[in-house]
Write a protein that binds this ligand. Structure first.
Ligand SMILES: [Zn+2]
Length: 435
C-alpha cells in the first residue's frame, strides 16, 4: 500500500496514542489526535477503511477496539522525565482551576498529557497511578511523593501536594510552565506590564511605591485608594494602574452578605464549602494559624461597595511574596542598616549596605520546594559583596536549606542560600565586629 500523507498521519497518531493508552481511541478521540474537528469523523473513517487489514484492525461491534497491525516500528522513548510530568500536571491543574465551574469537565491539554505520562510511567514499573479524573484529584490532595516515581526528584518534601485545602497549592503554581519564558518570577501579566513600563521609563521610585501599595494595602477604602493615587511617587503610574485594573471593586471578587479579610495579608478571604472563612492562600492560612494575628473586623456588603481590592493574581504574585521582603527590610533596618527594596527597578529584592563598603544583594523566595532550575537563574551580582537567596525559616521543614545547600551552592557560581534568621545573625555579626 502506498504511503499517503493521511496514512502516515494516522499511523503516527495511533503510535502516539498507544504509547500512553492500553485501549484504542474512539473516532472522536482519533480526530482530536489528528488535530481535526469531530465533524470530520466520516473522513477519518474513510481513511481508516483503506488501511483496514493492512495497518489497522477493529471489531465493528465494540468501542475502542481499534488497534495497530503493523509490526512495532521504533518504540517511542520510554524514558519519561518525572520532572516534566510533574510540570505538565502542575500546569494542567492551574489551568483547570481557571476554568468556570461548568467547564470543569473538560480536561486541559496539559493535565491530559500529565496524567497520561503519569499513568504510563507507573505502568512500565508495574506500579499504581490515578487512572481517571476523580482518582487524580484524590491523589492531588495527598503527598506528591505518594506517587512513587516522584520520590526520585531531588529536594522534594513529602509534605507537599498539588492541591491543598481544595485550592491549587504553592507547589503547583511554582512548577507550572509559563507560556513563553516570561521572567519566571513574574507570573501575573499585569505585574509584568508595570515592571516593564517602569524599567522603560526609569521610574524606580514609582515602581517602589506601587509595590509597597499592593503589598501593604491589597484591600482599601475607595477614599484611601484615591489618596494613594494622588501621591507624587505614584502619579506617573496613575493612568497605567487604572487601565490595567490592578485594583477592582471588592464586591466583584466575592458574593455574600459579609466580607472577611485575612489578618496576615489583609486580602479578601474565601468561604470554604462548610461556611468558614480562610485566606485564599493555604500557606498564608497556616502562618495565620501558628501566629497570633487578631481577626480583622468583617465588612458588611453595603460598606464593601466602597472598597477596592487587588485582583487574586496580584495578591498571589505581588502581595504574598512581598510581605516577606518588607519584613526582612524592616528587621535589617532596625539593625541600623541601609536597605533599598527592589533596586534598579527590581533587578533583585533587597540591597543591604554596610558602611563603608559591604553590599549584599538579596533575592527572597517563599518557595514550597527547592527548584534547582530556577535557582540557577539567580544572577550572582558582581557589584555586591555577597549574593544571597533567602528563604523563610517557616518553610525550612520542607526545604531543608541547611542540608541541601551543601550540594547546591557549588553549582550556583557564588550565590548562597540562607534562611531569614541566618541573614539577621550574619548582619549582626558584621555590625558587632565593627564596634
Ligand atoms: Zn492571607
Amino acid at each position: 500500500m502506498k504511503i499517503t500523507k493521511h496514512r502516515q498521519k494516522i499511523l503516527d497518531a495511533l503510535q502516539q496514542w498507544f504509547s500512553t493508552h492500553k485501549q484504542g481511541p474512539t473516532l472522536e478521540e482519533l480526530c482530536q489526535e489528528l488535530g481535526m474537528q469531530p465533524r470530520q469523523k466520516a473522513t477519518v473513517q474513510k481513511w481508516l477503511q483503506t488501511m483496514r487489514d493492512i495497518d489497522v484492525e477493529w471489531d465493528d461491534h465494540s468501542a475502542r477496539s481499534l488497534r495497530l497491525l503493523t509490526s512495532e516500528p521504533e518504540k517511542p522513548s520510554l524514558q519519561l522525565s518525572v520532572t516534566d510530568t510533574l510540570r505538565y500536571l502542575a500546569t494542567g491543574v492551574v489551568q483547570w482551576e481557571k476554568l468556570e465551574l461548568e467547564k470543569r469537565s473538560q480536561v486541559p491539554e496539559a493535565l491530559r498529557i500529565g496524567m497520561s505520562r503519569m499513568y504510563l510511567t507507573s505502568l512500565l514499573r508495574g506500579e499504581q497511578a490515578p487512572e481517571n479524573l476523580p482518582q487524580f484529584f484524590d491523589w492531588a490532595e495527598t503527598s506528591i511523593t505518594s506517587w512513587k516515581p516522584a520520590q526520585e526528584i531531588k529536594y522534594l518534601s513529602p509534605d507537599v501536594s498539588v492541591i491543598e485545602d481544595g485550592v491549587v497549592s504553592d507547589f503547583a503554581r511554582e512548577w507550572q510552565v509559563s507560556g513563553n519564558d516570561v521572567v519566571a518570577q513574574v507570573q501575573e501579566s499585569v505585574l509584568k506590564d508595570v515592571l516593564e513600563y517602569c524599567r522603560g521609563n526609569q521610574l524606580e521610585d514609582a515602581y517602589r511605591a506601587f509595590r509597597l501599595l499592593i503589598i501593604s494595602k491589597p484591600t482599601l477604602h475607595y477614599s484611601e485608594y484615591r489618596q494613594q493615587l494622588r501621591l507624587p511617587e505614584l502619579k506617573p503610574l496613575r493612568e497605567l494602574l487604572s487601565r490595567l485594573e490592578i485594583y477592582v471593586d471588592m464586591d466583584k471578587l466575592a458574593e455574600g452578605s459579609v466580607y472577611h479579610l485575612c489578618p496576615r495579608c489583609t486580602y479578601l478571604q474565601r468561604q470554604r464549602p462548610d461556611g468558614t472563612y480562610t485566606c485564599r492562600n493555604p500557606w498564608c492560612e497556616r502562618l495565620c494559624a501558628t501566629s497570633n494575628f487578631q481577626p480583622l473586623p468583617p465588612i458588611s456588603k453595603e460598606k464593601a461597595a466602597d472598597w477596592k481590592a487587588v485582583t487574586p493574581g496580584v495578591h498571589l504574585y505581588g502581595t504574598l511574596p512581598g510581605i516577606w521582603e518588607i519584613q526582612l527590610q524592616e528587621e535589617l533596618t532596625k539593625l541600623g542598616l541601609r536597605v533599598t527594596l527592589w533596586p534598579f527597578v527590581d533587578e533583585f529584592d533587597l540591597l543591604v549596605e554596610f558602611p563603608p563598603k559591604v553590599r549584599w544583594a538579596i533575592d527572597f523566595k517563599d518557595w514550597a520546594s527547592v527548584d534547582e532550575e530556577r535557582l540557577r537563574k539567580v544572577q550572582y551580582r558582581r557589584d555586591a559583596t555577597e549574593t544571597f537567596v533567602v528563604f523563610p525559616d517557616e518553610r525550612e521543614d520542607y526545604l531543608r536549606i541547611k542540608v541541601v545547600r551543601e550540594q547546591l551552592e557549588p553549582e550556583l557560581e557564588g550565590v548562597r542560600l540562607r534562611l531569614f534568621s541566618e541573614i539577621i545573625t550574619q548582619a549582626q555579626a558584621i555590625l558587632g565586629k565593627k564596634k
